[in-house]
Design a binder for this molecule. Structure first.
Ligand code: ADP
Ligand code: ZN
Ligand code: MG
Length: 646
């Protein structure tokens, strides 16, 4: 059994953390390696040149040869006390010598024989005697250089090693980016999202237009002394487009968008969350006007009493957010947006004036909005003429924008897999069912007995659902396995409703029981199978929420009870009511489910012939659509015992 609200749709993982840190690290490491290599190369050439190619000769020998016309020296370069000697048949010094003893080299007899000569005289002199050139004494530097040459590579190596170790650590615990905000910046280069990309949700867009206008022309508001909102809280179910909406505000206003997710704070060390917040806010202020977006803020800002002891770190992070927001000047030009799907869980301190005092509700789309969203996501995809988006919009009551986007994507994938040139309606239907329940598993072989049990099980759901007056109409029944279920019965909600009556809910409980009850009627008590576990789970969950959240118990009518689901207590704080009350609640839940089973049984007993017929048809055709169901189901009747006392 399944109702047709897509459930358990895999949520997108939060996008990976930002890479600006990583990028700069990579650049640094490349640079580092490059410098190291250069250094090494320099070292090798220089050292070998100095060591290998010059022959040390005694100074007396040099002076003697320099004063001899056949001494074969063309040039002597004197640097401090070092002499570099170039021989006549060479163009580079090949010998070296060192001054020793007191007095200058000149005093010791190294004279420039050609000094003062010019023209041909100079030329003929230079053929015999060496030119003597005194260069500035860089000897002191030479020593430093020598030392540096030996020490620097070692230092470089040590630093390099330390850096490698640090990187290895960072990979383990991310301590590298300590205190740096991992905020993503959606700059102008990123594909800009505007309100056009957000379908439906007109009232939310209207509320946000004002924010956009402020970001575009803050002066207009300042002149009139208007207080600019600082914090805007987007509240709504998961997948309704809150994140999308926040990006659209940035896109419309054309300002930088700094985004971080509350869950990212959760994984930090003590004190890091707070410093990330500081970093984030200072970045945003530097880039004002700008938007800071804290996604899933409930992860750091849940009610203090609901935290159950843990979470000092969260508290620091939260406090830092509050401090930063309080410290804003009116003209800082930074607007903080946050998103949550649990407003009721937020710490009240966040919602005070001057903080997140603007609330924008992002709701699940209504039928016409769903159509718009589908159009947005099918735009740019080739589709056949038979694709009926209106029918899809009708079937998807309760689906979020993310669910619909997912269906559009699945349809394209299905079409590609089937080798279609364009998306056909059958691809769309398959995608919808796939997203709602899971992929069809034609390959899963069921033996005849299993098929028969499944056929009766689904027929049971369909008949109970059809017969009970407040249940939705049956849309389709199939015994082709899909996802983890053996078969599926789809009910079509005729229209969107915000509220459900107790009668409707009780009919939903009964039709969910219909599957197992049919199995029991036909195959006997012993034959009850494991195929109904998800039905029973649904019954248990719905019955519980009817009692503890909606005040629908028979003895506890209009009383509600704090529950874990509503966040009013946690495992650590324990139940805020007595054991006796707990027993009463359990009793009420039991009463609802046994009443549902009894009603289902009376319906199926009264319509045994139809049950057999429908099961038979299912075994023959596997899938029956509305039109094929209609002639079979029209022979059913509502027994007195299944009626509710209204
Ligand atoms: P939330 O932040 O509320 O959980 P997201 O903004 O992350 O939801 O929505 C997820 C995806 O669902 C979006 O990227 C978009 O593709 C789609 N989506 C949701 N709402 C809409 C919408 N109103 N119009 C168009 N696409 C939507
Ligand atoms: Zn079932
Ligand atoms: Mg989101």
């Amino acid at each position: 059994m399944a109702d047709n609200l897509p459930k358990n749709i895999p949520k997108k993982k939060p996008t990976g953390r930002n890479n600006t840190n990583n990028t700069s690290n990579t650049v640094r490491s490349i640079l580092f390696s490059f410098i190291l290599i250069c250094f090494g190369a320099f070292l090798i050439t220089n050292v070998s040149y100095r060591e290998a190619e010059k022959k040390e000769v005694p100074i007396s020998d040099v002076i003697q040869r320099a004063n001899n016309p056949d001494g074969n020296i063309s040039k002597i370069t004197v640097v401090g006390s070092t002499l570099d000697i170039t021989l006549k048949d060479n163009d580079k010094p090949t010998e070296t010598s060192r001054k020793d003893g007191a007095g200058t080299l000149y005093d010791q007899g190294l004279v420039n024989h050609c000094e003062g000569l010019s023209g041909d005289d100079l030329k003929s002199c230079e053929e015999k005697y060496p030119v003597i050139e005194y260069k500035e004494d860089v000897n002191a530097w030479g020593i430093v250089f020598d030392v540096a040459l030996t020490v620097l590579p070692i230092i470089a190596l040590v630093v390099f090693f330390m850096w490698v170790m640090k990187q290895a650590n960072a990979a383990n615990n991310q301590s590298m980016s300590f205190g740096k905000s991992r905020a993503r910046l959606y700059g102008p280069d990123k594909k800009k999202v505007t309100f056009k990309d957000v379908a439906g949700n007109e009232s939310a867009k209207q509320d946000l237009t004002e924010i956009v206008d402020f970001l575009k022309s803050p002066k207009k508001y300042e002149k009139l002394g208007a207080k600019i909102p600082r914090g805007v809280l987007l509240a709504g179910d998961p997948g309704t487009g809150k994140t999308l909406m926040a990006r659209a505000v940035a896109g419309e206003a054309d300002v930088p968008f700094f985004s971080i997710s509350g869950s990212e704070f959760a994984e930090m060390f003590v004190g890091v969350g707070a410093s990330r917040v500081r970093d984030l806010f200072s970045k945003a202020k530097k880039n004002a006007p700008s938007i800071i977006f804290i996604d899933e803020i409930d992860a750091v800002a849940h009610k203090r009493d609901a935290r159950g002891g843990a979470g000092r770190e969260d508290e620091q992070t939260l406090n830092q957010i509050l401090v930063e927001m309080d410290g804003f000047d009116n003209d800082s030009g930074v607007i903080v947006m946050a998103a949550t799907n649990r407003v009721d869980m937020l710490d009240k301190a966040l919602l005070r004036p001057g903080r997140f005092d603007r609330h924008v509700n992002v709701t699940l789309p209504e039928r016409k909005d769903r159509l718009e969203i589908l159009k947005v996501h099918f735009k740019g995809k080739p589709i056949e003429e038979d694709v009926d988006l209106e029918a899809l919009a009708k079937k998807t009551a309760g689906s979020s924008g993310a669910d619909l986007a997912n269906i559009a994507n699945e349809a394209a994938i299905t079409a590609a897999r089937e080798g279609h040139k364009a998306i056909s309606n059958s691809d769309v239907v398959e995608a919808f069912e796939r997203v709602a329940i899971g992929p069809e598993r034609k390959s899963k072989v069921m033996n005849e007995k299993e098929r028969k049990i499944t056929a009766y099980h689904e027929a049971g759901h369909a008949i109970v659902g059809h017969v009970l007056p407040d249940s939705d109409p049956v849309h389709k029944v199939t015994i082709i396995p899909r996802g983890s279920t053996g078969g599926v019965t789809w009910f079509l909600p005729p229209e969107d409703r915000s509220y459900k009556s107790i009668y409707e809910l009780k009919d939903i409980l009964a039709r969910a029981m219909g599957g197992r009850v049919a199995e029991k009627l036909i195959f006997g008590t012993d034959a009850v199978t494991t195929g109904a576990s998800s039905d029973l789970r649904n019954v248990a969950e719905l019955a519980k929420s009817m009692i503890v959240e909606e005040g629908m118990g028979s003895e506890t009518r209009n009383l509600v009870f704090p529950s874990e689901a509503t966040g009013y207590y946690t495992i650590t704080t324990g139940k805020p009511y007595s054991e006796k009350t707990a027993e009463t609640i359990d009793g009420e839940i039991k009463k609802l489910s046994s009443e549902a089973a009894a009603r289902a049984e009376s319906v199926l007993k009264a319509n045994k012939a139809v049950l057999d017929k429908l099961a038979e048809e299912l075994l023959a055709h596997e899938t029956l659509e509305e039109a094929e169901l209609e002639p079979i189901l029209k022979n059913t009747k509502l027994p007195e015992a299944a009626k509710l006392y209204k």
